[in-house]
Design a protein around this ligand. Structure first.
Ligand code: URA
Length: 241
């Protein structure tokens, strides 16, 4: 609370929704987390299994990668508003088991009002689009690709702010080479914030990967570490070259 008596933290009111079929298979609807008045939003695709259980975005391994990217860059998760384009877990059933899948165009469309109202209320200075689904949605262009667009601040007339695409944390789990590039993209995001939301100069900072056994579960950690040892210098602290 500041001296005007206005709360500095504006939590978005929790809503429930039954517009699309995902409400029939969800455990919890995953509303956004954090201060809706935060100058920077982090927007992903849709909840997965862990988020469906917790009712919060970016838990589990994708959440751990996101947390690591933020903490490595001295950014606090609590300083951001974190949300997804689609609020309920899209699933497919394979071998009698629920698996995550991408949301369909119809599910995205039916969820549209929620994210649009959130952005209109929060009026962020930048929206970090994590992955292809968020990028295509926010730029309203299905031809855009995260591989080509990542790391660029793109002005959006519609939202009156920058859209800043980065690789999705879950993509890093599948393709470890994306970690360093994404760590650099988060370093640029930090420069943008430190510059009072003015565009940073081209990045010169290169973060090397940190060895983080606590980050990933054993299976992923061993896979990750094996690949890292072959390809990257592993260090215990973040170093800047
Ligand atoms: N992937 C997403 O896109 N969002 C989440 O909240 C978790 C995983």
């Amino acid at each position: 609370m500041d001296n005007t008596g206005i709360s500095q933290v504006a939590e978005k009111p929790l809503i429930t929704c039954t517009k699309c079929n995902l409400h029939q298979t969800r455990i919890k609807m995953v509303n956004g987390e954090g201060n809706i008045l935060s100058p920077v939003f982090l927007i992903g695709e849709a909840p997965g299994q862990n988020e469906d259980i917790a009712g919060l975005p970016f838990q589990g391994q994708a959440g751990s990668i996101l947390n690591k990217l933020l903490s490595q860059t001295s950014l606090n998760r609590s300083d951001f508003y974190i949300d997804n384009i689609v609020k309920c877990r899209p699933i497919l059933i394979r071998n009698n088991k629920k698996e995550n899948r991408q949301p369909t165009a119809e599910e995205i469309e039916l969820c549209r009002d929620n994210i649009e109202q959130t952005i209109a209320t929060g009026k962020p200075k930048a929206i970090v689009a994590m992955g292809n689904v968020a990028l295509k949605y926010l730029l309203d262009d299905r031809s855009k690709s995260i591989t080509k667009m990542r790391g660029q601040f793109i002005w959006s007339d519609k939202y009156q702010c920058y859209v800043y695409p980065v690789f999705h944390p879950a993509a890093i789990l599948r393709q470890f080479e994306y970690y360093n590039v994404t760590a650099n993209d988060f370093a640029r995001l930090k420069q943008f914030i430190d510059n009072n939301y003015a565009l940073p100069k081209p990045a010169t900072t290169v973060y090397t990967l940190v060895d983080t056994p606590e980050l990933l579960n054993q299976r992923f950690y061993h896979m990750f570490k094996y690949k890292l040892e072959r390809n990257y210098r592993i260090c215990n602290t973040i170093s800047m070259e």
